[in-house]
Design a protein around this ligand. Structure first.
Ligand SMILES: [Mg+2]
Length: 197
């Protein structure tokens, strides 16, 4: 199957890296666990969503200090590829941050088959992926209308306020949990590109 993996909030803890910049810019200190809904930072600081995204892009420039969400992310993606899945990293972000994401993926030796950057106007679910692992609560309703795709919602404080999920959306605690779930599903399409070693 084609598996799409989000970056911010799934592979990288980009909110943790951006919040100090938010504090420097607005004077408001926010802890990651306080972000209990998607627009929390904008609602609390008055910062526009666009500005927050720019600050996150700025945080990515210091890619060597961008924290990883789980120490096992490289191993998780390796497991998928060895089972014959095609892994696409799918991320929506500022164009200026594209190269820093590539450098960060290399720094952490995170394997993937291809890398899809979108700059905001294209829905991630339009890409040819069967399962998307993402933390955004914004994508849940849309996923509910595309019944042949599965969204594995990576648990984060900003998506916990969503308690009713469509049948093709499942909450997973971690990326490792998402991979465990995917590996328990029957392999669609059959032929393995990356044979089990
Ligand atoms: Mg994300």
């Amino acid at each position: 199957m084609n598996i799409g993996i989000d970056v911010d909030g799934v592979l990288a803890d980009a909110n943790a890296a951006t919040l100090p910049l938010v504090e420097r810019y607005t004077g408001t200190h926010i802890e990651k666990d306080e972000i209990t809904h998607w627009d929390y930072v904008s609602d609390t600081t008055g910062l526009s969503v666009w500005h927050f995204v720019r600050l996150m892009g700025q945080a990515w420039q210091d890619f060597e200090n961008m924290p990883i969400e789980e120490p096992t992310v490289a191993n998780s993606l390796t497991q998928l590829m060895r089972r014959g899945h095609h892994v696409s990293i799918v991320t929506q972000r500022t164009r200026e941050s594209f190269p820093f994401v590539c450098l960060w993926l290399d720094l952490h030796r995170i394997p993937y088959d291809d890398l899809i950057f979108t700059s905001g106007t294209i829905d991630k679910l339009m890409f040819p992926i069967d399962i998307l692992v993402d933390d955004s609560p914004r994508i849940i309703t849309r996923a509910g209308h595309i019944k042949d795709k599965i969204l594995l919602l990576r648990d984060q404080p900003w998506n916990r306020n969503v308690d009713s999920l469509p049948p093709n959306v499942e909450r997973v605690e971690t990326l490792a949990g998402a991979v465990e779930r995917i590996l328990s599903m029957p392999l669609k399409g059959g032929v393995s590109k990356h044979p089990v070693q």
